[in-house]
Structures are given as structure tokens and as C-alpha cells.
Design a protein around this ligand. Structure first.
Ligand code: ADP
Ligand code: MG
Length: 336
């Protein structure tokens, strides 16, 4: 439906986007996830037509949008610093886009009522913007973006300005509203939990390119490279050289068969789940700290690696103490 093809964008001689491509299917919610400054907002502005790419194309239903002006694209935008009109009440804020489209009064009231219902704001019509909480304002902004039936909705860090507790509550609501609307959406965030909650498909942006795309479970199970594994905090990323029976690294020897040629350079992802063994584990280390986490303990090694010990499967060994040298059997390791 929407295709973003080989987008290049440079600012002040600094290439920001170096060939970004992805697509969105009908009714799909995708999430652009990447560090601050990776170019996510720029990608949205290019799709919206607010910014021109130097190279590449944006297509809708197979047709290039290159010469289609912003207002004719029929894309809804909800940006980070969403600005509601403070002098208008909730109804008028939500009706704004419909008035621009010259809808008649009856249609406007019907549609406003419908999107307010979708955004869990029934009965809010006459409320003033200044009387609303941050979360309510955010939902009004969403209702306003949905009202004109956009062909595509783009949300740029819509929860970025809210505090953590409110964000966690709103993200589930937002997910529900987006799903009920059946409008395809691009959601931009640097917060992976938000991304995983909202999206059918995650597009990871790094170094001007799509580092990986796929469903959250796919990306979690098979990170495409070192950056993805580190960015998502999937475990300990370790580089080293293949030796008999394992890998030699700056963290010590890792006893994990790679099946690769001796002397070859490798990058390993050691997932954090581990259990304590008396000796001969995957990795040995000096404990810097051990932190109780409810169902498990987080073990931090002096060298910076960290692992999670489940309360149960530790072979009857006593809980390690800081300063102790221990051996851990890592439950899952993979080559990157
Ligand atoms: P993100 O949304 O991922 O944080 P942005 O797309 O906002 O990233 O921008 C990435 C970088 O591109 C910014 O850090 C900035 O240096 C540069 N940039 C973005 N827009 C402009 C602009 N209009 N003029 C100059 N540089 C820009
Ligand atoms: Mg941004």
C-alpha cells in the first residue's frame, strides 16, 4: 500500500538517510524504532510531503507521490509537540479537519462523536483544552488526526512528553484505538516497549538504513546484527576469536561451540538467562553485584557482563556474593 523506496537525505553534508526502504500493508501498524537523531522524524516528514528526499520515492497504491502536495495525500499526522487549539473546545478541535474538508454539519457531528467514542472521550465535546489532563489532551489529538478518515496515520513519539506511568497506561489505550480504526499507521518511537506493544511490524533504523524489520518476536529471536542485539538489550554482545571448544574474548574464554574455523573473528550474543554451576560453565566471572528482581536475580560481573539467575535451577548452590568467582551455564547463545 505505502512503499518507501531507497530514500536518501543529507543535511549540511551529513548523510542522514542512506537508502531507507520499507512498506506497509493494508490496515497494518508499523513502528519505526531507532535512537534519537537516527532520522525517524525526517522519514515521516518525507512521507507526509513536508520534506523532499534527494533520491528515492514514496508510493501509495503503486503511484508515486512525488508530485502530490501535502494536503492531497490525505495522511493524518500527530507529532510529538501536538498542538491543540487552546481557544477551541474538544468538539471544535476534533472537527477542525472535517471543516477544512467542507463536510456538512450533520456529518461533522456524527464523525466527531464516533472518533471521541473510539478515543474513550465520550461526553468531552464541550470541555476546554486547559481543563484536560496530559493524557486526555493526547487522546483529543489522536481523535483529531483520525476524524478526517486519513488513508494513513503517522504518529511521531506521541507519548514522548508524558511521564512513564501515564505512558504505560496510555499505550494500551492507543493500541486499542488504532486497531479499532483499521487505519494503517506508522508509529515512531525510541522506546522499544512502546514499539512492541503497538506494532505488527518493527522497522529498526540505524546508521541511515533499515537495520532489520519483522514482528517483535522475530526480531527478538533473531537479531540481524550486533547493533540490533545491543540496542534492544537482548543480552551480552561479545566479540572474540574461535579457539578449541569456544571463543576467546576480552571477557575471558567462553565455552560455547561455534563450529567455525579456529582463529576466525566472531560476535556472540549470550542471552542473559543462566544458571549457576560448580565449574565448567559457559563463562566464568567475578561478581560485582547481585540484585533481587522478584522472580530472578540479576548478576553483574566486574567486567560489565550481566546475567539473570532464576531462583530455582541453580543446582543446589548457594546464592553468589559480590567478590566471588562463579561459573555460569548460559541457556542460549547465538552467532551474530
Ligand atoms: P529522530 O526523529 O530519529 O530523532 P530526526 O529525523 O529528527 O531524528 O533528525 C535527525 C538529525 O537530522 C538531527 O539530529 C539533525 O541533526 C538533522 N536534521 C533534521 N532536520 C534537519 C533540518 N531541517 N536541518 C538540518 N538538520 C536537520
Ligand atoms: Mg524525532
Amino acid at each position: 500500500m505505502l512503499e518507501v523506496i531507497n530514500i536518501h537525505k543529507t543535511y549540511q553534508d551529513q548523510p542522514l538517510l542512506k537508502g531507507v526502504s520499507f512498506s506497509i500493508a493494508d490496515g497494518e501498524i508499523i513502528c519505526l524504532l531507532g535512537a534519537s537523531g537516527s532520522g525517524k522524524s525526517t522519514i515521516l516528514r518525507i512521507i507526509a510531503g513536508l520534506e523532499k528526499a534527494e533520491q528515492g520515492d514514496v508510493r501509495w497504491a503503486g503511484r508515486s507521490l512525488g508530485n502530490v502536495p501535502v494536503h492531497q495525500r490525505n495522511f493524518g499526522l500527530m507529532f510529538q509537540d501536538y498542538v491543540l487549539f487552546p481557544h477551541l473546545d474538544v468538539f471544535e478541535n476534533v472537527a477542525f479537519g472535517l471543516r477544512m474538508q467542507k463536510c456538512d454539519r450533520k456529518m461533522i457531528s456524527l464523525r466527531v462523536a464516533e472518533v471521541l467514542e473510539q478515543a474513550n472521550l465520550r461526553g468531552f465535546e464541550k470541555r476546554q483544552i486547559s481543563e484536560l489532563s496530559g493524557g486526555e489532551q493526547q487522546r483529543v489529538a489522536l481523535a483529531r488526526a483520525l476524524a478526517p478518515h486519513p488513508a494513513l496515520l503517522m504518529l511521531d513519539e506521541p507519548l514522548g512528553a508524558l511521564d512513564r506511568a501515564l505512558r504505560e497506561k496510555l499505550i494500551d489505550e492507543l493500541r486499542g484505538v488504532l486497531r479499532r480504526s483499521h487505519i494503517p499507521a506508522i508509529y515512531v518511537t525510541h522506546d522499544q516497549e512502546e514499539a512492541f506493544t503497538i506494532a505488527d511490524k518493527i522497522i529498526l533504523i540505524h546508521d541511515g538504513l533499515v537495520a532489520q524489520s519483522g514482528s517483535a518476536p522475530q526480531v527478538f529471536a533473531q537479531p540481524a546484527n550486533e547493533w540490533v542485539a545491543s540496542f534492544l538489550g537482548l543480552g551480552n554482545v561479545i566479540t572474540g576469536i574461535v579457539i578449541p571448544g569456544g571463543v576467546r574474548s576480552s571477557y575471558g574464554d567462553i565455552h560455547w561451540e561455534t563450529g567455525l574455523k579456529l582463529g576466525q573473528s566472531v560476535t556472540l550474543l549470550l542471552r542473559p538467562q543462566a544458571s549457576l554451576v560448580a565449574s565448567g560453565g559457559t563463562i566464568n566471572g567475578l561478581v560485582a553485584d547481585i540484585i533481587f528482581r522478584g522472580h530472578e536475580f540479576r548478576i553483574e560481573f566486574k567486567n560489565g557482563l550481566h546475567f539473570l539467575l532464576s531462583g530455582g535451577v541453580n543446582n543446589g548452590l548457594p546464592l553468589p556474593q559480590p567478590g566471588q568467582e562463579i561459573s555460569l551455564k548460559v541457556h542460549q547463545a547465538e552467532l551474530l
